[in-house]
Design a protein around this ligand. Sequence first.
Ligand SMILES: Nc1nc2c(ncn2[C@@H]2O[C@H](COP(=O)(O)OP(=O)(O)O)[C@@H](O)[C@H]2O)c(=O)[nH]1
Ligand SMILES: [Mg+2]
Length: 337
Amino acid sequence: MHPLAQAVLAGDVRKTARACRVCDDRLPGHLELLRDLYPHTGRAYVLGVTGNPGAGKSTVTNQLIGAYRERGQKVAVVAIDPSSPFSGGAILGDRIRMQRHFEDPSVFIRSVATRGALGGLSRSSLDVARVLAAWGADVVIIETVGVGQDELEIVKAAHTVLVVAAPGLGDEIQAIKAGLLECADVFAVNKADRDGADATARDLELMIALSGEVKSAGAHSRRHAAGHLDLAKQTVAHADGAWVPRVVKCVASKGEGTAALLASLDAHRAWLASPEGVTRAAARQVELLRASLKDAILDAAALALDAEIERMSARVAARELDPYSAVEELVRAFRRG
Ligand SMILES: Nc1nc2c(ncn2[C@@H]2O[C@H](COP(=O)(O)OP(=O)(O)O)[C@@H](O)[C@H]2O)c(=O)[nH]1
Ligand SMILES: [Mg+2]
C-alpha cells in the first residue's frame, strides 16, 4: 500500500492534504495511491456546483457545508476556478466565504490549480475528490465555474449537479448555451433579494418544461409518456420516471432558502436509487470512462509518437503530405505500438 493511503484512510488531515497534492501534481506514485484509495471512495455523495462567476456558488456552498455539518456529516470541498489561475483571487475569496468552516476538523477545503493540459483539470479535480472521499467525507462538494467542456465533465461525475444562477446575468440563456440545462438536476436562483429573481426562476422553469416536452414527445409513440406542465404549482411531472430539474430561490448570503435547496438535493439523491436513476448513473459511468480513456490514449500517443508527430508536421508544412493522411499514418503507427 502507498505510504500515504493508510494515513488518508485514518483521517489524517495533514497527510490527506499531501495526498491531494501528490494527485494534483501527478507526482510519482499517484496512480498507486489512487488505486489503493479507490475501494474506499464509494460511500461519499458527490455534489457538483457550477454556474457563472459571481452567481454565488461559494456562498451557496458555504451554506450547504453548514447544513450538512448540522446533520453531523463530514464535508469536503474541491474548489476550482480556471478564470483566475495566477492571481489566486477567486480562491482567496472562496476562502473568505467559507471561512467559518476552516477551523472545523470535519470540513476539508481544497483548491485545485488549473492546468493547461487537455482534460487535465477534470482529471485532477476528480482525483482530489476521490482522495477526500477516502479521507471519510460523507459529502464531497466540487465547485467549478461552468464555462467549458472540462467543467461540464467535472460536474457530470457528480451524483447531483447544482447550477447556481443569479438574476440579471442572463444565466438562463447561458445555461442553454453551455449545455448546462441537460446536466442540471437542481437550479438555485441565488440573490433572490434582488429584482428579477422571480423572472429568472420562471424562465428556467419554462425551459425545463420545454426540454421535457421535447424529450417526452420523442418517446411519446413508444410509451405515451408525455410530461405535463403545471405552471400554477411551478412543477413539472414526467410519467416515465425521469428526474425533472427543480428550481429553488435562495439568498445564500443570508442563509435563506438553504433548507429548501437541501430538500431538493435530497430528493434527487433519493431518485438516484430508482431504476431511472440507476440507468442514468450507468450512462454517466460510460461517459466518464470514455473521457478517462481519451485522456490516457492522448497521453500515450503523445509520448509514443513524439518524434513521429514532428516529422509528419514538417512534411505537412512542406505540403509533401496532406494532414488527413498524416493523421491516418500516425494512428497506424500507434496501433503497431
Ligand atoms: N445580494 C446578494 N449577494 C450575494 C448573495 N450570495 C452571494 N452574494 C455575493 O455575491 C458575490 C459573489 O459570490 P460568490 O459566492 O463568491 O460567487 P461565485 O463566484 O459563484 O463563487 C459575493 O460578493 C457575495 O457576497 C445573495 O444571496 N444576495
Ligand atoms: Mg467561487
